[in-house]
Design a binder for this molecule. Structure first.
Ligand code: GAL
Length: 369
């Protein structure tokens, strides 16, 4: 009888312990609770697949449960993703919106549930339902692209082809604004002539552009972040360009995906003798293009830092601590407290130092380094 009782108590203790462990890890059972939800805009752009991988690497040993969902370029899918995560009980939402303004209703739904919202890389605009913003210095990205063009062209009257990101993305405005501020004086002094935008041409004497003015130029030279759209636009522009807009030219391309397709078009036009073209994101395919001399530069945004900032912020919030911020961004409705990270210009001169020696990529991923 004693033995049976002993066995019975051991069983009870084991059951209680298993129950406790299950509750602590939050990973057991079908209806697992997620503490941090992460929503990224699309898998179609390598930039965001990069971010997903860096999140996974950073969270590999974390005690917190997280889930990453992609919105595939749809604000409706994005809202659905946020709702899915809310149903799993998230306390913090890290979200890079597909469309900064349209994402308002998704984050408002999150706020209603008491969730803290961190805008990741792209600001969510026109709503007070964003608590924090982790970002790179996007004006500096554009300024670096513009400055690179200035530093790498020779002579005067150099044709300047302008391209931009998607108008639904606040960053596209910041990148273009940063570039315009440094390029405009060089347009005014005759170093460059604008080759493909009547709206930019009409504003060429103004260094500080309003959001509306930027919007007009973006409306003409947007790529929508789509390499195909960029390719079609570049083809149309080169077909329409007169002889004085060919020869040695400069191209402001907003990111790597569009830079490669624009470079491919400019590279096959026999009337273009040389071109300098910018980029952004340090995508592997563009690093190879830089090594091969097909793309001039990229702006390296070390996603490891942005991911670490977002996770640290989320953990502070879960621990009831106040996250560290470095400034703020106005989103059209409120000033959103922000943590900002610097960017690095990379071209063939420093590609090895910045991307291989820093262990961002491995040398074996490239040919001809
Ligand atoms: C921006 C982002 C860039 C680039 C682009 C295209 O918002 O900051 O790094 O990837 O979107 O997705």
């Amino acid at each position: 009888m004693k033995k049976v009782w002993k066995l019975f108590s051991v069983l009870i203790v084991m059951t209680v312990l298993t129950g406790m462990l299950g509750a602590c890890s939050g990973k057991t059972g079908g209806s697992s609770k997620v503490s941090v939800g992460i929503v990224l805009p699309t898998k179609d752009e390598p930039r965001w697949v990069q971010d997903e991988q860096r999140f996974k690497d950073a969270l590999a040993d974390s005690d917190y449960t997280t889930e990453i969902l992609f919105s595939q370029g749809s604000s409706a899918k994005e809202k659905e993703n946020v709702e899915t995560l809310l149903n799993k009980g998230i306390e913090v939402l890290i979200i890079a919106p597909h469309d900064g303004a349209a994402a308002g209703s998704a984050v408002e739904a999150a706020k209603k549930e008491g969730v803290t919202v961190i805008a990741y890389d792209r600001l969510i605009t026109e709503t007070d339902a964003v608590d924090y913003y982790v970002t790179f210095d996007s004006l500096a990205v554009g300024a670096a692209q513009g400055q690179y063009l200035i530093d790498n062209v020779k002579g005067t009257n150099v044709p300047l082809y302008l391209y931009a990101g998607a108008s639904s993305d606040n960053n596209a405005f910041l990148f273009f604004e940063g570039a315009w501020k440094v390029l405009q004086p060089k347009i005014a002094d005759g170093t460059f002539v604008i080759a493909n935008s009547t709206e930019a041409e009409a504003l060429k004497d103004k260094q500080e552009l309003t959001r509306d003015e930027l919007g007009k130029i973006l409306g003409q030279v947007t790529t929508n972040w789509d390499p195909n759209e960029a390719k079609n636009k570049a083809q149309t522009h080169l077909t329409a360009a007169a002889a004085n807009l060919k020869g040695d030219v400069a191209v402001l391309a907003p990111n790597d995906g569009t830079a490669r397709s624009i470079a491919d078009v400019f590279g096959t036009d026999s009337d273009i003798s040389s071109f300098v073209v910018t980029g952004q994101d340090a995508e592997k395919a563009s690093i190879q293009y830089i090594i091969d001399g097909k793309q001039s530069m990229t702006v390296f945004k070390d996603v490891r830092t942005l991911v670490a900032d977002a996770i640290d912020m989320a953990i502070d919030i879960l621990d009831d601590k106040k996250p560290e911020t470095t400034g703020s961004y106005n989103n059209g409705k409120v000033d959103v407290k922000a943590k900002q990270t610097d960017v690095i210009v990379v071209d063939e001169e420093n590609v090895k130092k910045e991307l291989i020696d820093s262990e961002y990529y491995e040398a074996s991923e490239f040919k001809g380094l």
